[in-house]
Design a protein around this ligand. Sequence first.
Ligand code: SF4
Length: 172
Amino acid sequence: MPVERIQGVHLGRTAAEAEEDVKKGVLLTSLDRAVSWARKQSMWPVTFGLACCAIEMMATGAADYDLSRWGMELFRASPRQADLMIVAGRVSQKMAPVLRTIYDQMPEPKWVISMGVCASAGGMFTNYAILQGVDTIVPVDIYVPGCPPKPEMLMYGILRLHEKVRTKGTVK
Ligand code: SF4
């Protein structure tokens, strides 16, 4: 099994010395980094598909792309068991308060991915009925461009989010 090197963990050790320690089965880290690593390895998205982008999101979780490789195949039906919201599709003005309620019901820490140009900026729907960017009602961590983004693009966004959580996460 390949060894995952975490930057800054092996303080005061050369890379070769650290490599030797890992071979012996010893790994030193801080609580912050260990918790962040565990969080990014078990991120559970809330089931929340809004439009055509949701089809690509579902495909990402299916067998061909297999999100379970990163411990996140479980789309939770309850926001209370989820820590990631993938906003997949345009958000109507009517849906906005519902989306915000679901976000509020998710426990901390939690993250948001805006999937597709509609969720990020309204897309082609420049009209009064559609929210011109979901970041006007919830904080967005990662924006995935495209109409619709392919599963590979969503996966790339998810992996960037994992990286962000692993390197910048703090114990709350
Ligand atoms: S970005 Fe494209 S695929 Fe996604 S919801 Fe908008 S129109 Fe549909």
